[in-house]
Ligand binder design. Sequence first.
Ligand code: F0G
Length: 450
Amino acid sequence: MVTYRSTMVERIDLPSRETRERRLEEAGYNVFNLPAEDVFIDLLTDSGTGTMSTDQWAALIRGDESYAGSRSFDRLESAVEDVMGFPHIVPAHQGRGAENVLYGTLLAEGDVVLNNTHFDTTRAHIANQGADPVDCPVDAAFDLEAGETDAREFAGNFSLERARAVVDDAGADAVPVVIQTITNNSAAGQPVSVENTRRVREFADEIDATFVLDACRFAENAAFVREREAEFSDASIDEIAREQLGYADALVMSGKKDGLANIGGFVATTDVDLFERCKQRAILYEGFPTYGGMAGRDMDAMAVGLREAVEDAYATDRIEQVRTFGRLLEDAGVPIYTPVGGHAVYVDAGTALSHLPPEEFPGQALVCELYREGGVRGVELGSFAFPNTDRPELVRLALPRRTYHREHLEHVAETATAVLEKREAVSGLELASEPPIPELRHFTAELRPV
Ligand code: F0G
């Protein structure tokens, strides 16, 4: 049993309804444009928004800001080796910086890359190298009707059937990299079993590909493995983490998630040759290899955060809080993706606002109503964020780590209930401006009520 007490507080205010309405209009009905000061409960992301521990704050003071050979780097390197089992790291300013370093090193024009589901920045960095990112989720991943069946226990898994079909078509030589994202953020934060990781390792060996784990939520994933994979029911979180990560040739890590830090990331590998090549690219894009885009103090905070993330009490409490939040929403009659994943509850906006067609962005309409009604900020991951795909209309309510308490979650559930009580009156939205890159439109596009 673990809980937290506050040793520092930040005041948050619910602005008046009039202010919320005005802010929404000024933001062009896009919550990325809202001033954070006017957001009451901020569930936009779990990335870099968590609360650091007193030990992490203490570690900041030790930061060694030397350009080369920083002691903070040594401490981060040791933490990654102890917690994740990888001896070589190249720090980066955040996860996408690490993606640029690694995929820029591994890929060439025309390559094909397989992943259980590519996160947006992963997809973009792979495409930026002229390569083709192909998703291989299992069938259960996006089947909202499936409910809590066995297939849903590890709905984040990588589908070897799909991957083999791609390889049969494109040829093994065209696929130099296979990625597994744990947990699978783009598939409702669902976990990946260790057994699936083993099979992907074998598959990568068969086609002679480099196997990369996108490990940003590796500790949350390990907590699910302990609950659901019989082989690991008596193992500790840190044992499971090392076992699962140990199958990969390289990791890309956003330390803003299970590094429990506000900024930073890294590439880690066991392959000395790959390490040397990544270092060269990192010097160009991130910084000298012993800081790579991070301040010394931030490397120290992450070194402590990584060790905290694999404490059993921490990881169990983390996924339990997200599950409790899911239960509160379900009890309030809100349709959600079940079972709940690791870092967020995903609301099924297509069902919640079934009177709105996809062209009127039901997910984004729900996001706006949650803000208007209760100052709550979530993010749309449906037809607004992913134009021209047949993804379900999901809204993600992500929980920052160690930040909100039950009363905050109750406020969100009450807000959602109030929105659903007047669902028929919720109008759809249409685009008022469209940025040049369709894949990134949800960050900056403006909308208006239909
Ligand atoms: N990979 C995954 C699976 C992610 O979820 C993210 C970030 C990244 C890579 C990139 O890391 O943000 O440090 O550059 N996800 C955040 C989110 C932004 O809200 O889900 P980053």
